[in-house]
Design a protein around this ligand. Sequence first.
Ligand code: B12
Length: 472
Amino acid sequence: MPGKRVVLFSDIKGRDGYASVFFPLSTMAVGATLKGLGLDVTIIDAQVSPDWEEIVRSTAADLLFFGVSALTGPSLGSALDAVQLLRQLTPDTPVVWGGYHATHSYPALFAEKLADYVVRGAGELAVPGLVKALRTENRTSLDRLLEQVPNLAWQRADGSIAVTQRRKVGTMDVIPPLDYSLVDVETYLAANGRELHTITSYGCPHACTFCVEPSQSLRRWRGLDAELVVDRIVELASTHRPALISIQDPNFSSDPRRVMEITELLIEADTGVELRCDMRAKDVIRLAELMSLSELPKAGFTSIFIGLESGSDRLLKVLRKGSTAQEAWAACAALDEAGVTTLTSFMHDIPGETPDDSDKTFALLERLGPLELNNQRHHFFVPYPATPLFEELAAASQQFSGWTQRQWSETGTYWGSSVWPGRTEFRRRVITRLRALQRRFPHSLEDSGLPQLERPHSTPAALDQHFVQSGN
Ligand code: B12
Protein backbone atom coordinates (compact mmCIF):
# COMPACT_ATOMS: atom_id res chain seq x y z
CA MET A 1 0.00 0.00 0.00
CA PRO A 2 1.54 3.41 -0.96
CA GLY A 3 2.29 5.82 1.89
CA LYS A 4 -0.25 8.00 3.65
CA ARG A 5 2.00 11.02 3.58
CA VAL A 6 2.09 13.89 1.13
CA VAL A 7 4.65 16.70 0.92
CA LEU A 8 3.62 19.99 -0.72
CA PHE A 9 6.37 22.35 -1.88
CA SER A 10 6.26 26.01 -2.94
CA ASP A 11 8.36 29.17 -2.94
CA ILE A 12 6.07 32.12 -3.71
CA LYS A 13 8.71 34.71 -3.03
CA GLY A 14 11.24 33.19 -5.41
CA ARG A 15 14.97 33.25 -4.82
CA ASP A 16 15.54 36.83 -5.83
CA GLY A 17 11.98 38.02 -5.53
CA TYR A 18 10.47 40.02 -2.72
CA ALA A 19 11.62 41.11 0.67
CA SER A 20 8.30 40.04 2.25
CA VAL A 21 7.07 36.50 2.61
CA PHE A 22 3.61 35.30 1.66
CA PHE A 23 1.39 32.71 3.23
CA PRO A 24 1.48 29.72 0.85
CA LEU A 25 -2.24 29.91 0.12
CA SER A 26 -2.14 27.32 -2.66
CA THR A 27 -0.57 24.55 -0.59
CA MET A 28 -2.65 25.53 2.46
CA ALA A 29 -5.77 25.08 0.31
CA VAL A 30 -4.74 21.76 -1.24
CA GLY A 31 -3.41 20.61 2.13
CA ALA A 32 -6.83 21.16 3.71
CA THR A 33 -8.47 18.86 1.13
CA LEU A 34 -5.75 16.22 1.54
CA LYS A 35 -6.08 16.28 5.32
CA GLY A 36 -9.82 15.85 4.93
CA LEU A 37 -9.03 12.65 3.01
CA GLY A 38 -7.08 11.33 6.01
CA LEU A 39 -3.60 12.02 4.69
CA ASP A 40 -0.66 13.30 6.64
CA VAL A 41 0.43 16.59 5.02
CA THR A 42 3.75 18.42 5.29
CA ILE A 43 4.11 21.85 3.70
CA ILE A 44 7.63 22.85 2.70
CA ASP A 45 7.85 26.58 2.04
CA ALA A 46 11.26 27.66 0.75
CA GLN A 47 10.46 31.27 1.69
CA VAL A 48 10.68 30.51 5.39
CA SER A 49 12.85 27.35 5.30
CA PRO A 50 16.30 28.13 3.89
CA ASP A 51 17.13 24.50 4.77
CA TRP A 52 14.33 23.21 2.54
CA GLU A 53 16.64 20.78 0.73
CA GLU A 54 17.32 19.04 4.03
CA ILE A 55 13.59 18.86 4.72
CA VAL A 56 12.98 17.33 1.28
CA ARG A 57 15.68 14.73 2.02
CA SER A 58 14.20 13.86 5.40
CA THR A 59 10.60 13.62 4.19
CA ALA A 60 11.05 12.04 0.74
CA ALA A 61 10.63 8.38 1.67
CA ASP A 62 7.32 6.56 1.40
CA LEU A 63 5.19 9.40 0.02
CA LEU A 64 1.87 8.97 -1.73
CA PHE A 65 3.05 11.91 -3.83
CA PHE A 66 5.23 14.99 -3.80
CA GLY A 67 3.15 18.06 -4.68
CA VAL A 68 4.47 21.25 -6.22
CA SER A 69 2.79 24.63 -6.64
CA ALA A 70 4.20 27.52 -8.67
CA LEU A 71 3.31 30.64 -10.60
CA THR A 72 4.94 31.33 -13.93
CA GLY A 73 7.95 33.38 -12.90
CA PRO A 74 10.32 33.56 -9.95
CA SER A 75 8.47 31.02 -7.79
CA LEU A 76 9.25 28.36 -10.37
CA GLY A 77 13.04 28.32 -9.75
CA SER A 78 13.18 26.47 -6.43
CA ALA A 79 10.27 24.28 -7.49
CA LEU A 80 12.38 22.95 -10.38
CA ASP A 81 15.31 22.37 -8.00
CA ALA A 82 13.07 20.58 -5.51
CA VAL A 83 11.72 18.20 -8.15
CA GLN A 84 15.22 17.46 -9.43
CA LEU A 85 16.35 16.66 -5.89
CA LEU A 86 13.33 14.44 -5.25
CA ARG A 87 13.89 12.57 -8.52
CA GLN A 88 17.46 11.77 -7.38
CA LEU A 89 16.34 10.66 -3.92
CA THR A 90 13.23 8.65 -4.78
CA PRO A 91 12.76 8.36 -8.55
CA ASP A 92 9.51 6.38 -8.13
CA THR A 93 7.64 8.93 -6.02
CA PRO A 94 4.87 10.45 -8.14
CA VAL A 95 5.33 14.20 -8.63
CA VAL A 96 2.05 16.13 -8.83
CA TRP A 97 2.01 19.76 -9.94
CA GLY A 98 -0.81 22.26 -9.54
CA GLY A 99 -1.34 26.02 -9.66
CA TYR A 100 -1.36 28.68 -12.34
CA HIS A 101 1.85 27.67 -14.06
CA ALA A 102 1.22 23.95 -14.33
CA THR A 103 -2.42 24.30 -15.37
CA HIS A 104 -1.29 25.71 -18.70
CA SER A 105 2.28 24.55 -19.10
CA TYR A 106 1.73 20.88 -18.35
CA PRO A 107 2.98 19.57 -21.73
CA ALA A 108 6.35 21.23 -21.11
CA LEU A 109 6.49 19.87 -17.55
CA PHE A 110 5.93 16.36 -18.90
CA ALA A 111 8.41 16.86 -21.73
CA GLU A 112 11.11 17.89 -19.25
CA LYS A 113 10.16 14.93 -17.00
CA LEU A 114 9.36 17.26 -14.14
CA ALA A 115 5.81 16.03 -13.52
CA ASP A 116 3.89 12.75 -13.46
CA TYR A 117 0.47 14.34 -12.86
CA VAL A 118 -0.85 17.87 -13.24
CA VAL A 119 -3.98 19.15 -11.53
CA ARG A 120 -5.50 21.97 -13.60
CA GLY A 121 -7.55 24.75 -11.98
CA ALA A 122 -9.02 24.36 -8.50
CA GLY A 123 -7.29 21.48 -6.70
CA GLU A 124 -10.36 20.57 -4.67
CA LEU A 125 -12.08 19.15 -7.77
CA ALA A 126 -9.34 16.72 -8.78
CA VAL A 127 -7.46 15.81 -5.62
CA PRO A 128 -9.95 13.30 -4.11
CA GLY A 129 -10.05 11.22 -7.31
CA LEU A 130 -6.30 11.44 -7.82
CA VAL A 131 -5.63 10.27 -4.26
CA LYS A 132 -8.01 7.36 -4.72
CA ALA A 133 -6.25 6.36 -7.94
CA LEU A 134 -2.75 6.64 -6.47
CA ARG A 135 -3.75 4.53 -3.47
CA THR A 136 -5.00 1.65 -5.54
CA GLU A 137 -2.91 -1.54 -5.38
CA ASN A 138 -3.97 -2.64 -8.83
CA ARG A 139 -1.71 -0.59 -11.11
CA THR A 140 -3.27 -2.01 -14.27
CA SER A 141 -6.51 -0.17 -13.50
CA LEU A 142 -4.70 3.13 -12.81
CA ASP A 143 -5.37 4.78 -16.17
CA ARG A 144 -9.04 3.81 -15.94
CA LEU A 145 -9.34 5.38 -12.49
CA LEU A 146 -7.51 8.53 -13.60
CA GLU A 147 -9.87 8.95 -16.52
CA GLN A 148 -12.68 9.51 -13.98
CA VAL A 149 -10.84 12.43 -12.36
CA PRO A 150 -11.75 15.90 -13.69
CA ASN A 151 -9.12 18.58 -14.40
CA LEU A 152 -6.22 16.16 -14.60
CA ALA A 153 -3.36 15.63 -17.02
CA TRP A 154 -0.84 12.79 -16.86
CA GLN A 155 1.61 10.90 -18.94
CA ARG A 156 0.64 7.35 -19.80
CA ALA A 157 3.20 4.54 -19.75
CA ASP A 158 3.61 4.90 -23.54
CA GLY A 159 4.56 8.57 -23.13
CA SER A 160 1.33 10.03 -24.52
CA ILE A 161 -0.41 12.74 -22.52
CA ALA A 162 -3.92 12.13 -21.23
CA VAL A 163 -6.14 15.07 -20.31
CA THR A 164 -9.54 14.84 -18.66
CA GLN A 165 -12.37 17.35 -18.98
CA ARG A 166 -12.09 20.68 -17.18
CA ARG A 167 -14.77 21.40 -14.59
CA LYS A 168 -15.64 24.72 -12.95
CA VAL A 169 -16.10 25.24 -9.24
CA GLY A 170 -19.85 24.66 -8.79
CA THR A 171 -20.23 25.75 -5.19
CA MET A 172 -17.90 26.92 -2.46
CA ASP A 173 -19.20 24.02 -0.31
CA VAL A 174 -16.52 21.79 -1.85
CA ILE A 175 -13.79 24.20 -0.72
CA PRO A 176 -12.63 23.59 2.85
CA PRO A 177 -11.18 26.60 4.71
CA LEU A 178 -7.46 27.28 4.28
CA ASP A 179 -5.61 25.18 6.84
CA TYR A 180 -3.42 27.58 8.86
CA SER A 181 -2.35 24.74 11.16
CA LEU A 182 -0.18 23.40 8.33
CA VAL A 183 2.18 26.39 8.65
CA ASP A 184 3.77 28.20 11.55
CA VAL A 185 1.60 31.33 11.35
CA GLU A 186 3.81 33.31 13.74
CA THR A 187 6.85 32.88 11.45
CA TYR A 188 4.95 34.58 8.63
CA LEU A 189 3.46 37.30 10.81
CA ALA A 190 6.87 38.10 12.31
CA ALA A 191 8.41 38.42 8.84
CA ASN A 192 5.50 40.46 7.48
CA GLY A 193 4.74 43.22 9.96
CA ARG A 194 1.90 40.95 11.21
CA GLU A 195 0.12 40.80 7.89
CA LEU A 196 -2.00 37.69 7.36
CA HIS A 197 -3.30 36.48 4.00
CA THR A 198 -6.55 34.78 3.22
CA ILE A 199 -9.05 34.21 0.40
CA THR A 200 -12.84 34.57 0.26
CA SER A 201 -13.61 33.68 -3.37
CA TYR A 202 -12.31 31.73 -6.34
CA GLY A 203 -12.09 32.82 -9.98
CA CYS A 204 -13.14 35.82 -12.02
CA PRO A 205 -15.94 36.21 -14.61
CA HIS A 206 -14.06 38.68 -16.82
CA ALA A 207 -11.99 38.00 -19.93
CA CYS A 208 -9.00 40.37 -19.85
CA THR A 209 -6.70 39.36 -22.69
CA PHE A 210 -3.49 39.58 -20.63
CA CYS A 211 -4.81 37.59 -17.66
CA VAL A 212 -4.46 33.88 -16.94
CA GLU A 213 -7.49 33.79 -14.68
CA PRO A 214 -10.13 33.26 -17.43
CA SER A 215 -8.48 30.00 -18.46
CA GLN A 216 -7.66 29.07 -14.85
CA SER A 217 -11.18 29.43 -13.45
CA LEU A 218 -12.96 29.19 -16.82
CA ARG A 219 -14.58 32.55 -15.99
CA ARG A 220 -16.48 31.12 -13.03
CA TRP A 221 -16.54 33.32 -9.93
CA ARG A 222 -17.71 31.81 -6.68
CA GLY A 223 -17.56 33.56 -3.31
CA LEU A 224 -18.16 32.49 0.26
CA ASP A 225 -21.33 33.97 1.77
CA ALA A 226 -20.80 37.26 3.57
CA GLU A 227 -21.56 35.72 7.00
CA LEU A 228 -18.96 33.01 6.51
CA VAL A 229 -16.36 35.53 5.29
CA VAL A 230 -16.88 37.63 8.39
CA ASP A 231 -16.90 34.60 10.75
CA ARG A 232 -13.55 33.53 9.31
CA ILE A 233 -12.08 37.03 9.55
CA VAL A 234 -13.22 37.31 13.16
CA GLU A 235 -11.67 33.94 13.94
CA LEU A 236 -8.37 34.73 12.19
CA ALA A 237 -8.19 38.09 13.95
CA SER A 238 -8.81 36.66 17.40
CA THR A 239 -6.63 33.56 16.98
CA HIS A 240 -3.58 35.15 15.39
CA ARG A 241 -3.78 38.86 16.25
CA PRO A 242 -2.62 40.15 12.86
CA ALA A 243 -2.32 43.91 12.25
CA LEU A 244 -3.66 43.52 8.72
CA ILE A 245 -5.61 40.80 6.94
CA SER A 246 -4.96 40.98 3.23
CA ILE A 247 -7.60 39.23 1.13
CA GLN A 248 -5.83 37.81 -1.92
CA ASP A 249 -8.85 36.99 -4.08
CA PRO A 250 -8.47 37.30 -7.84
CA ASN A 251 -11.67 39.37 -7.77
CA PHE A 252 -13.04 40.21 -4.32
CA SER A 253 -15.58 42.72 -5.63
CA SER A 254 -17.28 40.61 -8.29
CA ASP A 255 -20.54 40.77 -6.34
CA PRO A 256 -20.80 44.32 -4.90
CA ARG A 257 -23.82 43.32 -2.83
CA ARG A 258 -21.64 40.73 -1.06
CA VAL A 259 -19.04 43.45 -0.43
CA MET A 260 -21.74 45.65 1.07
CA GLU A 261 -22.97 42.84 3.35
CA ILE A 262 -19.41 41.98 4.41
CA THR A 263 -18.83 45.66 5.22
CA GLU A 264 -21.99 45.91 7.31
CA LEU A 265 -21.23 42.70 9.22
CA LEU A 266 -17.64 43.74 9.84
CA ILE A 267 -18.75 47.07 11.27
CA GLU A 268 -20.99 45.13 13.67
CA ALA A 269 -18.22 42.67 14.52
CA ASP A 270 -15.78 45.52 15.25
CA THR A 271 -12.66 43.36 14.97
CA GLY A 272 -10.21 46.28 15.10
CA VAL A 273 -8.14 44.59 12.38
CA GLU A 274 -7.18 46.41 9.20
CA LEU A 275 -8.24 44.80 5.94
CA ARG A 276 -7.08 44.97 2.36
CA CYS A 277 -8.71 43.53 -0.75
CA ASP A 278 -8.81 44.11 -4.50
CA MET A 279 -11.63 45.66 -6.52
CA ARG A 280 -12.21 46.48 -10.15
CA ALA A 281 -12.75 50.17 -10.93
CA LYS A 282 -16.24 49.52 -12.22
CA ASP A 283 -17.15 47.49 -9.14
CA VAL A 284 -16.13 50.43 -6.93
CA ILE A 285 -18.60 52.57 -8.87
CA ARG A 286 -21.32 49.90 -8.58
CA LEU A 287 -20.60 49.61 -4.86
CA ALA A 288 -20.91 53.37 -4.43
CA GLU A 289 -24.43 53.11 -5.83
CA LEU A 290 -25.32 50.63 -3.07
CA MET A 291 -23.62 52.18 -0.06
CA SER A 292 -21.46 55.06 1.07
CA LEU A 293 -17.80 54.19 0.47
CA SER A 294 -16.95 55.85 3.77
CA GLU A 295 -18.35 52.67 5.42
CA LEU A 296 -15.35 50.74 4.06
CA PRO A 297 -12.72 52.15 6.45
CA LYS A 298 -15.18 51.77 9.34
CA ALA A 299 -15.23 48.05 8.55
CA GLY A 300 -11.41 47.97 8.47
CA PHE A 301 -10.83 48.32 4.70
CA THR A 302 -8.04 50.87 4.75
CA SER A 303 -6.52 50.01 1.36
CA ILE A 304 -7.78 48.55 -1.88
CA PHE A 305 -5.76 47.19 -4.78
CA ILE A 306 -7.04 48.14 -8.25
CA GLY A 307 -5.42 46.89 -11.45
CA LEU A 308 -5.94 49.88 -13.74
CA GLU A 309 -3.37 48.80 -16.37
CA SER A 310 -3.64 51.77 -18.77
CA GLY A 311 -5.11 55.24 -19.23
CA SER A 312 -5.89 54.70 -22.90
CA ASP A 313 -9.50 53.71 -23.59
CA ARG A 314 -8.41 52.29 -26.92
CA LEU A 315 -5.94 49.96 -25.21
CA LEU A 316 -8.31 49.13 -22.34
CA LYS A 317 -10.72 47.92 -25.00
CA VAL A 318 -8.04 45.78 -26.66
CA LEU A 319 -7.23 44.35 -23.21
CA ARG A 320 -10.97 43.73 -22.64
CA LYS A 321 -10.56 45.36 -19.26
CA GLY A 322 -14.21 46.37 -19.12
CA SER A 323 -13.61 49.86 -17.75
CA THR A 324 -12.44 53.27 -18.95
CA ALA A 325 -9.81 55.76 -17.81
CA GLN A 326 -12.59 58.03 -16.54
CA GLU A 327 -14.00 55.17 -14.44
CA ALA A 328 -10.51 54.48 -13.09
CA TRP A 329 -10.21 58.08 -12.04
CA ALA A 330 -13.74 58.21 -10.58
CA ALA A 331 -13.16 55.03 -8.53
CA CYS A 332 -9.84 56.26 -7.12
CA ALA A 333 -11.14 59.77 -6.38
CA ALA A 334 -14.20 58.35 -4.60
CA LEU A 335 -12.11 55.96 -2.49
CA ASP A 336 -9.63 58.73 -1.69
CA GLU A 337 -12.45 60.89 -0.48
CA ALA A 338 -13.76 58.01 1.62
CA GLY A 339 -10.35 57.72 3.30
CA VAL A 340 -9.26 54.51 1.55
CA THR A 341 -5.76 54.15 0.10
CA THR A 342 -5.80 53.06 -3.54
CA LEU A 343 -2.99 50.67 -4.51
CA THR A 344 -3.10 51.07 -8.26
CA SER A 345 -1.21 48.94 -10.75
CA PHE A 346 -0.28 49.72 -14.36
CA MET A 347 1.25 47.83 -17.28
CA HIS A 348 3.51 49.56 -19.81
CA ASP A 349 4.96 48.59 -23.16
CA ILE A 350 2.00 46.44 -24.07
CA PRO A 351 2.29 45.09 -27.64
CA GLY A 352 0.55 47.60 -29.91
CA GLU A 353 0.74 50.38 -27.33
CA THR A 354 1.42 53.63 -29.17
CA PRO A 355 3.10 56.81 -27.84
CA ASP A 356 -0.38 58.32 -27.81
CA ASP A 357 -1.69 55.47 -25.59
CA SER A 358 1.26 56.01 -23.29
CA ASP A 359 0.55 59.74 -23.13
CA LYS A 360 -2.99 58.93 -22.07
CA THR A 361 -1.71 56.65 -19.31
CA PHE A 362 0.55 59.44 -18.09
CA ALA A 363 -2.38 61.85 -18.20
CA LEU A 364 -4.25 59.49 -15.83
CA LEU A 365 -1.18 59.14 -13.60
CA GLU A 366 -0.92 62.93 -13.41
CA ARG A 367 -4.52 63.10 -12.26
CA LEU A 368 -4.04 60.34 -9.67
CA GLY A 369 -0.70 61.61 -8.31
CA PRO A 370 -2.12 64.52 -6.31
CA LEU A 371 -4.66 62.29 -4.52
CA GLU A 372 -3.49 62.02 -0.96
CA LEU A 373 -4.06 58.27 -0.72
CA ASN A 374 -3.02 57.10 -4.18
CA ASN A 375 -0.12 54.74 -4.52
CA GLN A 376 1.14 53.43 -7.86
CA ARG A 377 3.00 50.35 -9.04
CA HIS A 378 4.26 50.05 -12.61
CA HIS A 379 5.12 46.93 -14.54
CA PHE A 380 6.33 46.07 -17.99
CA PHE A 381 3.92 43.78 -19.75
CA VAL A 382 4.74 40.06 -19.57
CA PRO A 383 2.67 37.72 -21.75
CA TYR A 384 1.71 34.55 -19.87
CA PRO A 385 0.81 31.28 -21.59
CA ALA A 386 -2.89 30.58 -22.04
CA THR A 387 -3.76 34.26 -22.46
CA PRO A 388 -5.05 35.62 -25.78
CA LEU A 389 -2.23 38.17 -25.92
CA PHE A 390 0.39 35.46 -25.49
CA GLU A 391 -1.22 33.30 -28.16
CA GLU A 392 -1.24 36.24 -30.58
CA LEU A 393 2.41 36.99 -29.99
CA ALA A 394 3.31 33.33 -30.19
CA ALA A 395 1.56 32.94 -33.52
CA ALA A 396 3.50 35.89 -34.89
CA SER A 397 6.92 34.68 -33.82
CA GLN A 398 9.14 31.62 -33.99
CA GLN A 399 10.88 32.52 -30.76
CA PHE A 400 8.16 31.20 -28.49
CA SER A 401 8.40 27.50 -29.02
CA GLY A 402 11.65 26.71 -27.28
CA TRP A 403 11.25 28.16 -23.80
CA THR A 404 12.46 25.87 -21.03
CA GLN A 405 10.93 25.83 -17.56
CA ARG A 406 14.15 27.35 -16.26
CA GLN A 407 13.78 30.27 -18.67
CA TRP A 408 10.19 30.78 -17.54
CA SER A 409 11.42 30.96 -13.95
CA GLU A 410 13.43 34.02 -14.96
CA THR A 411 10.49 36.10 -16.12
CA GLY A 412 8.88 38.79 -13.96
CA THR A 413 6.75 41.84 -14.44
CA TYR A 414 9.05 44.39 -12.82
CA TRP A 415 11.90 43.76 -15.20
CA GLY A 416 9.50 42.53 -17.84
CA SER A 417 11.80 39.89 -19.27
CA SER A 418 9.77 37.48 -21.25
CA VAL A 419 8.97 36.06 -24.60
CA TRP A 420 7.87 39.62 -25.41
CA PRO A 421 11.27 41.29 -25.47
CA GLY A 422 9.68 44.72 -25.31
CA ARG A 423 10.89 47.94 -26.90
CA THR A 424 13.92 49.32 -25.11
CA GLU A 425 13.40 52.91 -26.20
CA PHE A 426 9.73 52.82 -25.25
CA ARG A 427 10.65 51.42 -21.83
CA ARG A 428 13.42 53.96 -21.26
CA ARG A 429 10.96 56.74 -21.95
CA VAL A 430 8.41 55.24 -19.54
CA ILE A 431 11.04 55.03 -16.78
CA THR A 432 12.18 58.64 -17.41
CA ARG A 433 8.62 59.90 -17.25
CA LEU A 434 7.85 57.87 -14.12
CA ARG A 435 10.96 59.28 -12.42
CA ALA A 436 9.77 62.80 -13.26
CA LEU A 437 6.35 61.98 -11.86
CA GLN A 438 7.95 60.50 -8.76
CA ARG A 439 9.73 63.80 -8.07
CA ARG A 440 6.37 65.58 -8.13
CA PHE A 441 4.38 62.98 -6.21
CA PRO A 442 6.88 61.11 -4.02
CA HIS A 443 4.13 59.76 -1.75
CA SER A 444 2.49 58.07 -4.72
CA LEU A 445 5.47 56.42 -6.42
CA GLU A 446 8.06 54.53 -4.42
CA ASP A 447 11.24 53.16 -5.98
CA SER A 448 10.06 49.62 -5.41
CA GLY A 449 7.01 50.30 -7.58
CA LEU A 450 8.99 51.33 -10.65
CA PRO A 451 9.82 48.89 -13.43
CA GLN A 452 13.38 48.18 -14.48
CA LEU A 453 15.00 47.62 -17.85
CA GLU A 454 16.74 44.47 -16.72
CA ARG A 455 16.32 41.74 -14.18
CA PRO A 456 18.01 42.84 -10.96
CA HIS A 457 21.08 40.84 -9.94
CA SER A 458 20.44 41.24 -6.25
CA THR A 459 17.28 41.35 -4.17
CA PRO A 460 15.34 44.49 -5.04
CA ALA A 461 14.24 46.70 -2.17
CA ALA A 462 11.05 45.53 -0.47
CA LEU A 463 8.87 44.86 -3.47
CA ASP A 464 5.58 45.24 -1.76
CA GLN A 465 3.36 42.24 -2.18
CA HIS A 466 0.13 44.04 -2.70
CA PHE A 467 1.12 45.37 -6.03
CA VAL A 468 2.84 42.49 -7.71
CA GLN A 469 -0.29 40.96 -9.09
CA SER A 470 -0.73 42.62 -12.41
CA GLY A 471 -3.95 41.08 -13.50
CA ASN A 472 -6.84 42.31 -11.44
C1 B12 B 1 -2.40 36.28 -4.40
C2 B12 B 1 -1.62 36.34 -5.69
C3 B12 B 1 -0.26 36.50 -5.60
C4 B12 B 1 0.47 36.51 -4.27
C5 B12 B 1 0.76 35.14 -3.71
C6 B12 B 1 0.30 33.96 -4.51
C7 B12 B 1 0.01 32.74 -3.66
N1 B12 B 1 -0.90 31.93 -4.05
O1 B12 B 1 0.59 32.50 -2.67
C8 B12 B 1 1.73 37.30 -4.63
C9 B12 B 1 1.39 38.70 -4.25
C10 B12 B 1 3.01 36.87 -3.98
C11 B12 B 1 1.79 37.11 -6.14
C12 B12 B 1 2.93 37.33 -6.86
C13 B12 B 1 3.02 37.20 -8.24
N2 B12 B 1 2.02 36.93 -9.06
CO1 B12 B 1 0.23 36.62 -8.43
N3 B12 B 1 -1.57 36.41 -8.03
C14 B12 B 1 -2.24 36.25 -6.95
C15 B12 B 1 -3.74 36.05 -7.19
C16 B12 B 1 -4.47 37.36 -6.99
C17 B12 B 1 -4.42 34.94 -6.38
C18 B12 B 1 -3.65 33.63 -6.32
C19 B12 B 1 -4.03 32.83 -5.11
O2 B12 B 1 -3.36 32.81 -4.11
N4 B12 B 1 -5.16 32.15 -5.15
C20 B12 B 1 -5.62 31.34 -4.05
C21 B12 B 1 -5.03 29.93 -4.13
C22 B12 B 1 -5.66 29.04 -3.07
O3 B12 B 1 -5.36 29.43 -5.39
P1 B12 B 1 -4.31 28.73 -6.36
O4 B12 B 1 -2.96 29.22 -6.18
O5 B12 B 1 -4.88 28.76 -7.71
O6 B12 B 1 -4.36 27.23 -5.86
C23 B12 B 1 -5.41 26.36 -6.23
C24 B12 B 1 -5.17 25.61 -7.54
O7 B12 B 1 -4.36 26.27 -8.45
C25 B12 B 1 -4.63 24.28 -7.12
N5 B12 B 1 -3.22 24.13 -6.81
C26 B12 B 1 -2.29 25.07 -6.61
N6 B12 B 1 -1.11 24.50 -6.31
C27 B12 B 1 -1.30 23.18 -6.28
C28 B12 B 1 -0.40 22.13 -6.03
C29 B12 B 1 -0.87 20.82 -6.07
C30 B12 B 1 0.06 19.71 -5.79
C31 B12 B 1 -2.23 20.57 -6.41
C32 B12 B 1 -2.72 19.18 -6.46
C33 B12 B 1 -3.11 21.62 -6.68
C34 B12 B 1 -2.64 22.91 -6.61
O8 B12 B 1 -5.34 24.05 -5.93
C35 B12 B 1 -5.49 25.28 -5.20
C36 B12 B 1 -6.83 25.26 -4.50
O9 B12 B 1 -7.87 25.22 -5.44
C37 B12 B 1 -3.71 35.61 -8.69
C38 B12 B 1 -4.96 35.62 -9.43
C39 B12 B 1 -5.34 36.88 -10.23
N7 B12 B 1 -6.20 36.71 -11.15
O10 B12 B 1 -4.88 37.92 -10.04
C40 B12 B 1 -2.45 36.30 -9.23
C41 B12 B 1 -1.62 35.54 -10.26
C42 B12 B 1 -1.59 34.09 -9.82
N8 B12 B 1 -0.28 36.09 -10.14
C43 B12 B 1 0.32 36.12 -11.25
C44 B12 B 1 1.63 36.61 -11.43
C45 B12 B 1 2.11 36.74 -12.84
C46 B12 B 1 2.42 36.94 -10.35
C47 B12 B 1 3.89 37.36 -10.45
C48 B12 B 1 4.70 36.32 -11.19
C49 B12 B 1 3.99 38.77 -11.06
C50 B12 B 1 5.37 39.39 -11.02
N9 B12 B 1 5.43 40.50 -10.38
O11 B12 B 1 6.29 38.94 -11.62
C51 B12 B 1 4.29 37.49 -8.98
C52 B12 B 1 5.51 36.72 -8.67
C53 B12 B 1 5.41 35.55 -7.73
C54 B12 B 1 6.62 34.72 -7.82
N10 B12 B 1 7.60 34.94 -6.96
O12 B12 B 1 6.70 33.90 -8.70
C55 B12 B 1 -0.53 35.60 -12.38
C56 B12 B 1 -0.13 34.15 -12.69
C57 B12 B 1 0.36 33.92 -14.06
C58 B12 B 1 0.91 32.53 -14.16
N11 B12 B 1 0.82 31.94 -15.32
O13 B12 B 1 1.42 31.95 -13.24
C59 B12 B 1 -1.94 35.74 -11.79
C60 B12 B 1 -2.95 34.74 -12.33
C61 B12 B 1 -2.38 37.17 -12.10
C62 B12 B 1 -2.78 37.35 -13.50
N12 B12 B 1 -3.91 37.89 -13.70
O14 B12 B 1 -2.10 37.09 -14.46
N13 B12 B 1 0.63 36.77 -6.62
